[in-house]
Design a protein around this ligand. Sequence first.
Ligand SMILES: Cc1ncc(COP(=O)(O)O)c(C=O)c1O
Length: 425
Amino acid sequence: MLKPYSAAAARDLDAGDPLAHFAAEFHHPENPAGGRAVYLCGHSLGLQPKCAADYVARELDDWGRLAVLGHHRAARPWIGYHELLSGPLAGLVGAGAGEVVAMNSLTVNLHLMLVSFFTPAAGRDCILLEKSAFPSDRYAIVSQLEFHGLNAARHLIELEPRPGEDVLRTDDVVSAIERNGPRLALVLLPGVQYLTGQALDLAPAIAAAREAGAMVGLDLAHAIGNTELRLHDWNADFAVWCSYKYLNAGPGAIGGCFVHERHATNFALPRFAGWWGHDKASRFAMPEQFAPLPGAEGWQLSNPSVLSAAPLLASLQIFQRADLRRLRAKSVALTRFLHDEIDTRLGDDVRVVTPGAAEARGCQLSVRIARPPAEARRCFERLTAAGVIGDWREPDILRLAPTPLYNSFGDVVLAAEALALAVRS
Ligand SMILES: Cc1ncc(COP(=O)(O)O)c(C=O)c1O
């Protein structure tokens, strides 16, 4: 049953939305009829900011005009280009500028962090990870265990929701950490779980891990630019993220990394070294001895790709104008609206597995369609054919993320209408 007031309610909400104008700053893909698609897939790949092309063109132009001299003479000198990203990134994750660095990509950064923060010792040689962690995290963790002569069967402790439940309870996360405390060398947690959209209550989990004497790291792929984070205050040891989802920096964009200030000058930590992590003052003296920079920059290996960093810089200036707190307020309302629309229009034909409380989710909703698997997948395909872009995670999860920078309440109504048609036709 359609809820007749939805479209009118959406029009009112859009008319009163102080952030609505940002949608015009992005390129939106087309639907099969040649109109504008309803894009609810920012959890996978964010839309392209229109200004990204200028930022990239600027660097191509400087490269053409200046060649090697661009390192120092480009409008934004390449030698310090990544430093332009640190302040805005730090603002998004609740950190000091010295605690963050844009570099590499997520899984590479995770490995670099594990080199420093997973240092198993006799008796304290286990890693706690959620069972449905993103596969790349699991591969990285298992390969690091094996690198240390350990194995997943004995040294990987996996967290999963209670039987019959979809998401983790904070109490269960904390008690698993407490129960395994003395064995834990490292706890790795997601900011927002990629499959269920659950935003974990990180502060108590991080506190429990630190109390247990374990290092604690975070995968923020689905959290950065989505939820409000306070990494410094929460006391995580490290965090890693990618920038192609809610940060809208383009496919395979440069990722990022947080290292807590307390490790800034701990040069005794094991680390893999490269020249870009070396002291800036003596880097070009090419000394034999590696002297790491203090802070997160000391974990850099290579000089970063300026052409990959440019769209991120473009996108971060949009975030600065929009302001994460305002974005989050809109996001909470937008996702609530989608949840209500889905409940009203689809009833028992679907089940939203993402928690209902605003503080327990970001913008994404994960939806199970109450149909046999092959038919459920066909519903998703019909939704795509109708011009609503979400994504499908096997075996049975439809992910939809209304993103406050470029989605409207009107988009949500169109998506819910199309989903109802796709499921019921
Ligand atoms: C939660 C999560 N972790 C890790 C990754 C891997 O990212 P990358 O390919 O940048 O290493 C992804 C990619 O989508 C992800 O969603």
